[in-house]
Design a protein around this ligand. Structure first.
Ligand code: BGC
Length: 684
């Protein structure tokens, strides 16, 4: 027996010795902070410099000599984007890089359902993990300030409370996969026009009460591991290396211990990048997105110029070490975390989550004479008119473009639901293929499209017009804003012509932004839909047919006209500025806070949305007479479903302050809950 034991020891001891001699940075049993210090102490100056800037369009190099992996990133925020060639914005053309496309974040916000936000994040994180991504470039939480902003569809609406509640579970869902979420664009990137240069002047109060809260919640409650700096300036300093925003607010006040990544090409100065909290510089060229030298990574502000300044003593190496600590921490949380799950992609659960978010986000805005739901069999001939019934809306829009494995269009959904023999389709209007920097011609004759559409409208028992915006240039698209609030491509004129021949018309607006609705009084039904992703058609037909009882609520106000919106009320210097500066003169009165203050009736208010059933509230009471912001307050009421269909109501609690010492909004959202009730059911 003794002999056996000693033999065993002989065999085990080399193994034990190997474990014992593992360098600390590789030793899982050691605390992460200790491992970070150990790795840092082994790295040369050049190795550290290499880690804080890109080596390709979407990756940084890690430290190959020490086995510290590359960091791989992907957009974001609605699915895992297709692969790109190493050093170009060209799609790599892989055949294994398709994804599940989830609905745009406006839709997620419209669900008012944090549990769904968690499932969304979890599913997205699983796909990102499977695709070997360490950072997913999302979610976006810039506040919806103007309906012209080209990227509102990637954000969570106009209210800081709603976006804060929705962003936290998204982050937690993503990160439980060992994939970092990267909240963007920090901060004040509330328009795309002149986004690369504009200096935003905003009061401290508006900054803290409106524009920062969702970011703060993402950091302090969501424990996010990465944040992306925006392109624009604040206090004349670029936001991606802005001392006040990054060093003081994000890192010191909120305790953010993750990495601050630039937006692509948003670094502009080595000294500021070094000192003002930037950790990783990403981009295309050396100077933003505009001009460059191919494979210019060595010329990045955080590359050779940074190295030289450290070597010459102009900048202390401690600044670099602080960045590397954060980058290593990100590594230990993601690709050096051996116990992170494996991820998965394109699962039936992912499809289900995508569909569920889409179904819960669709908002019913008008329903005259029970126009909706259109139950199967109610009409013989349903005219489906409009390009958005067939356009693949996961494409275009800029960096959030996706390559879904499948995308069910609204027309496909309608045909599947009602049968081909009952659907008459006509495109009605046409846009060109999506392009980031210009509107390409469509190649179809506009007049003939109108004639054909009016023909089928005449013939049909009911008309459903699928229009709105799309992801083309100056629509819902990154890099520029819309030019006005109207429907593009002659849609308003087409709707007028349809109404002349068929009054039984309903409209489905697909967009990430409010559009003007000159025809509103003459249509019977109106649905605000969104970029819904892979299951778009299924979800849309589900709501139209009544399989799904709509419960979505608007995450932004829809003004009657542009001038009714807070940003536009003050004229050009408020929006879009003079290309150098802009002033947020609307201050804290953004969205519904503005409509309330000026008593300007919106076309549809924030939080609005109809159902196929009716809810009744009664016995409202609170446990305190006076509300103090630091205390919680219990609000009780009875709610009952008085209709004949099961459905969900989003209960929204708004607060107001009597005789405030400073001017406050008339009301502010402070709580919400989603309550599902069967017909006749009551709940307290
Ligand atoms: C966008 C970011 C995006 C990045 C990478 C930038 O142009 O503003 O949101 O994550 O590109 O594609």
């Amino acid at each position: 027996m003794r002999k056996f034991c000693s033999l065993l020891l002989v065999f085990i001891s080399p193994v034990l010795m190997a474990v014992a001699s593992l360098p600390v940075y590789l030793d899982d049993s050691k605390p992460i902070e200790e491992r970070i210090e150990d790795a840092l102490s082994r790295m040369t100056l050049e190795e550290k410099i290499a880690m804080c800037h890109a080596q390709s369009k979407f990756s940084t190099p890690g430290c190959p000599r020490l086995g510290i992996p590359e960091i791989w990133m992907s957009d974001g925020p609605h699915g895992v984007r297709m692969e790109f060639v190493w050093d170009d914005w060209e799609h790599a053309g892989w055949t294994n890089d398709s994804c599940t496309a989830y609905p745009a974040l406006t839709c997620l916000a419209a669900t008012f359902n944090p549990e769904l936000s968690y499932l969304y994040g979890k599913a997205l994180g699983e796909e990102a993990r499977f695709r070997k991504k360490d950072i997913i470039l999302g979610p976006g939480v810039n506040i919806y300030r103007t309906p012209l902003s080209g990227r509102n569809f990637e954000y969570m609406g106009e209210d800081p409370f709603l976006s804060s509640r929705m962003v936290v579970p998204y982050i937690q869902g993503v990160q439980q996969n060992g994939v970092a979420a990267c909240m963007k664009h920090f901060v004040l990137n509330n328009q795309e026009k002149w986004r690369d240069v504009i200096n935003v002047e905003v009061s401290d109060r508006a900054l803290y009460e409106i524009y920062l809260p969702a970011f703060k919640a993402g950091v302090t409650e969501g424990n996010i591991w990465a944040v992306m700096g925006s392109y624009n300036k604040y206090k004349h300093e670029y936001c991606s290396h802005n001392d006040l925003l990054i060093n003081k607010i994000l890192k010191a006040d909120w305790g953010f211990d993750g990495v601050l990544v630039t937006d692509w090409g948003s670094a502009h100065d080595t000294e500021q990048a070094a000192r003002n909290g930037l950790d990783i510089e990403m981009g295309t060229w050396t100077n933003g997105l505009t001009w460059g030298i191919s494979s210019a990574y060595d010329n990045y502000y955080m590359a050779q110029p940074f190295l030289k300044k450290i070597q010459s003593g102009e900048l202390p190496e401690s600044l670099l070490d602080e960045k590397i600590r954060r980058i290593l921490r990100l590594g230990y949380r993601t690709n050096m975390n051996k116990s992170r799950p494996l991820g998965c992609k394109l699962t039936p659960e992912h499809t289900e989550i995508s569909r569920k978010v889409a179904e819960e986000g669709i908002v019913l805005l008008k329903n005259q004479k029970n126009f909706f739901p259109i139950e199967k069999g109610r009409y013989k001939k349903i005219a489906v008119i409009g390009e958005n019934a067939i356009k693949k809306l996961t494409q275009g829009g800029g960096s959030s473009e996706l390559k879904p494995q499948k995308e069910i269009t609204p027309l496909q959904g309608m045909i599947e639901k009602y049968g081909e023999e009952h659907i008459l389709f006509s495109q009605g209007y046409a846009s060109g293929p999506p392009d980031y920097s210009r509107e390409l011609p469509s190649g179809l004759d506009a007049d003939s499209l109108v004639v054909a559409a009016v023909e089928i409208a005449k013939e049909a028992d009911v008309v459903l017009f699928f229009g709105g915006l799309n992801k083309n240039f100056q629509q819902d698209c990154e890099g520029d804003d819309r030019i006005n609030m109207d429907l593009p491509y002659g849609q308003n004129e087409l709707i007028e012509k349809i109404l002349e021949v068929n009054k039984n018309t309903g409209i489905i607006i697909i967009s990430g932004n409010a559009v003007s609705m000159p025809w509103l009084n003459r249509i019977n039904g109106l649905i605000q839909s969104w970029y819904l992703g892979s299951q778009a058609g299924k979800a849309t037909a589900g709501v139209i047919s009544g399989r799904v009882n709509p419960s979505g609520k608007l995450p932004f106000s829809i003004p009657v006209k542009l001038e009714d919106n807070s940003a536009h009320y003050f004229g050009q210097m408020s929006y879009p500025g003079d290309s150098i500066n802009q002033y947020y003169m609307d201050d804290i009165f953004v969205g519904y806070r503005w409509h309330d203050r000026k008593k300007i009736k919106p076309q549809f208010p924030f939080g609005y949305g109809l159902s196929y059933t009716t809810f009744h509230y009664e016995k409202l009471s609170t446990d305190k007479k006076n509300y103090h912001p630091e205390e919680s307050i219990k609000v009780s009421f009875m709610i009952s479903n008085e209709g004949e269909k099961a459905g969900a109501e989003i209960v929204q609690i708004y607060m107001t302050q009597k005789n405030p010492s400073v001017e406050r909004p008339v009301k502010e959202l402070k709580g919400f809950d989603k309550i599902y009730l069967q017909p006749g059911e009551k709940n307290k």
